[in-house]
Design a protein around this ligand. Structure first.
Ligand code: GLN
Length: 283
């Protein structure tokens, strides 16, 4: 994917500078996270004229080396966690490996911080799978595969709590994993104080020890954490907006997205997808 990434950056750097003279070294330097996010925003304007700011890379460019490097944050059971052998495991990891089998490539998993996944696509990683919700903001920087799972945010609270509805979250101290949809929701609750953590489990530990009033986290991890700390905490479903999980892919690489969607469809048709749901999620 290296060539593709440089091409992508070069295309973007050229479009960005508004002329054809961006030297290759500068284009290479544009691969750090902050520059990528700048480019992502600029693209919104460029899109209106033509598609030149988008990647010209194809699925072949990304897959040619026989390896698909996929980023995740292995802190989100049952979708991803660190297995007994120290390697990332979980529904998402197994699904991505099955997709790799269909595409005839090996999947290499990079465990990184959730908050840096989107910006790393096209440079450090080829794709990301991390129980990642499709949001408009992320769609400015990456393309998403078809959705593979419906999710919703749950609220974890102490066993003893006065929180009985979403309105009761006003004025509370609420924890979430940094850069997640749960984190972004906290500002909706008037006077609430947001506390952000790199790992959801660290927020849960602070809830258990009384330093937080609530934690907002996706349903399935919430169920896992509520069970793990069942003496101290419980989960609540306040019927927040449903969310869609999808695989994040390089922006504009339509053939890669089509290939991944094709593989997903095959895995659904041949029963592999449901087997993985049963194996890892169980409902
Ligand atoms: N679904 C949430 C999001 O996309 C949380 C994902 C996660 O923490 N891995 O923001």
């Amino acid at each position: 994917m290296k060539k593709a990434a440089v091409l992508l950056m070069l295309t973007m750097a050229v479009a960005f500078a508004g002329c054809g003279s961006a030297p290759a070294e500068d284009a290479g330097q544009a691969s750090d996270a902050s520059d990528v996010s700048d480019i992502g925003e600029a693209e919104v304007d460029l899109d209106e004229e033509e598609d030149t700011a988008e990647s010209t890379a194809s699925a072949g460019d990304v897959l040619a080396d026989g390896v698909l490097t996929v980023g995740t944050n292995a802190e989100f059971p049952p979708f991803e966690f660190v297995g007994d052998d120290g390697e990332p495991d979980g529904f998402d990891i197994a699904l991505m490996k099955a997709i790799g089998d269909k595409l005839g490539v090996e999947v290499e998993v990079e465990n990184m911080e959730f908050d840096s996944l989107v910006a790393s696509i096209g440079s450090k990683i080829d794709a990301a799978i991390a129980g990642m919700t499709v949001t408009e903001e992320r769609e400015r920087m990456v393309d998403f595969s078809d959705s593979y799972y419906k999710a919703v945010q749950y609220v974890l609270v102490p066993k003893e709590t006065e929180i009985a509805s979403a309105d009761d979250l006003a004025g509370k101290t609420i924890g979430a994993q940094l850069g997640t949809t749960g984190d972004y929701m906290i500002e909706d609750f008037e006077g609430a104080t947001a506390k952000q953590y790199n790992k959801a489990v660290d927020a849960v530990n602070d809830l258990v020890s009384g330093r937080l009033d609530a934690v907002i986290v996706d349903k399935n991890p919430a169920l896992v954490f509520a069970e793990k700390f069942s003496d101290e905490i419980q989960y609540m479903d306040f019927s927040f907006e449903p969310e869609d999980y999808a695989i994040a892919l390089p922006k504009g690489n339509e053939s890669l997205t089509a290939a991944v969607n094709g593989a997903l469809e095959e895995l659904k048709a041949d029963g592999t997808f449901d087997d993985l749901v049963n194996q890892y999620i169980g409902n």
